[in-house]
Design a protein around this ligand. Structure first.
Ligand SMILES: Cc1ncc(C[n+]2csc(CCOP(=O)(O)OP(=O)(O)O)c2C)c(N)n1
Ligand SMILES: [Mg+2]
Length: 361
């Protein structure tokens, strides 16, 4: 005897196409033009900060940075779908999510200058700090989601992982546990087609990453990750359904810039590849939509850009005023400091003393 015991399939959702045309049947009712305008502004602010961070890093005024250029819809759409009590657990690239949830810009800048103090306000917006080890954040997210269920808070969690991160054991383990525990979590794959220099085709021969949900027995969906409306809808649906357990969401997007400021993508990917994605830009299409509806024009665009420039400049100025006592780098390492380290601490402190004394000379 032979019979089919399982069938699986994955849906792909797009609501707004590259030209800004909207499929009104799929558009969530609460996504009014006013909210779409707000999404446009958040995505534009994220992009403006991205450009500033690159420039600061090139001038030696920021330590490092992983740009989110081209991935703004996946981040802003997800953040807009969250409820006020919900949490988010990022990897290292979710600047747009932080910004939309209300993280102060000067704090984000301070963090990328290398100061841990910059990430402290994350707590106030129900977020945890950027997580750099690939895919470890998923375990944290599932644990956090399970704790919400356990404490009956009604809050859910969204978390992000890259296409490369889906090849890690942690990815499968988190999905599996989330399914078993019915943890209220949306696991969002920000599939930007690259894991540093490794293309998406080197992660798996499976045609979608969303179908990995099938093996864990949880719902999986693929979405145009450059369509902020569609991202909003799938994340909103996942959170509405979160009391029944997790959802895996694959956002199809593209990393338009470098992996981080330490990377040079021209060494391993053809420019033609990047060109192909330019017309699919997530901000461009919302701009097209708003212009067609006469809600946007060149003068509104210039006014917004000027406002964002001023906001960002003020945030940079505030971040650059931050002073840290060099002694702090010696704290929280040893209960009893070894003599050699104590010598280094003394040297650092006296160097600072002399630097302050000679300030301006
Ligand atoms: C456990 C672990 N292995 C390797 C790295 C080095 N590393 C940092 S980012 C990255 C690629 C991640 O690619 P992806 O998951 O697609 O995310 P993206 O950078 O594209 O957003 C790697 C290998 C790391 N940070 N952690
Ligand atoms: Mg990637």
């Amino acid at each position: 005897m032979e019979k089919r015991v399982f069938d699986g399939s994955i849906n792909y959702i797009q609501i707004m196409d590259e030209n800004g045309n909207v499929d009104e049947n799929l558009r969530p009712k609460e996504l009014t033009d006013g909210i779409i305008l707000q999404m446009y502004k958040y995505m534009s602010l994220t992009r403006a900060l991205d450009a500033k961070m690159l420039s600061l890093q090139r001038q030696g005024r920021a330590a490092t940075y992983g740009p989110s250029l081209g991935e703004e819809a996946a981040q802003v759409g997800s953040a807009m779908a969250m409820g006020p009590k919900d949490f988010f657990v990022p990897n290292f690239r979710q600047h747009g999510t932080y910004i939309t949830r209300g993280m102060p810009l000067d704090a984000l800048i301070l963090y990328w200058k290398g100061y841990e103090e910059g990430i402290m306000p994350a707590r106030k917006i129900n977020a945890i700090p950027y997580i750099v080890p690939v895919s470890t954040q998923l375990l944290h997210a599932v644990g956090l989601a399970y704790s919400q269920l356990y404490q009956n808070t009604g809050a859910s969690v969204i978390t992000f992982v890259g296409d490369g991160g889906t090849s890690e054991g942690n990815f499968y383990e988190s999905m599996n546990f989330a399914g078993i525990l019915k943890a209220p979590v949306a696991i969002i794959i920000e599939n930007n087609q690259w894991a540093i220099s490794e293309p998406r085709s080197r992660q798996t021969v499976a045609p979608t990453l969303a179908q990995k949900a099938i093996a864990a027995g949880i719902p999986g969906v693929q979405v145009d990750g450059n369509d902020v409306l569609a991202v909003y809808k799938v994340v909103r649906d996942a959170l509405t359904n979160a009391k029944n357990g997790p959802t895996l969401i694959e956002c199809i997007t593209y990393r338009m810039s470098m992996h981080t400021t330490a990377d040079d993508p021209t060494k391993y990917r053809p420019d033609a590849d990047v060109e192909k994605w330019k017309p699919r830009d997530p901000i461009l299409r919302v701009g097209n939509y708003l212009r067609k509806k006469a809600l946007w024009d060149d003068s509104k665009q210039s006014a917004m850009e000027e406002e964002h420039r001023q906001t960002i400049d003020a945030a940079v100025e505030k971040a650059e005023q931050f002073k840290k006592d060099p002694k702090s780098m010696f704290e929280n390492i040893y209960a009893t400091m070894p003599a050699m380290l104590k010598e280094e601490e003394d040297a650092a402190v006296s160097a600072q003393f002399w630097m302050q004394k000679n300030d301006g000379e």
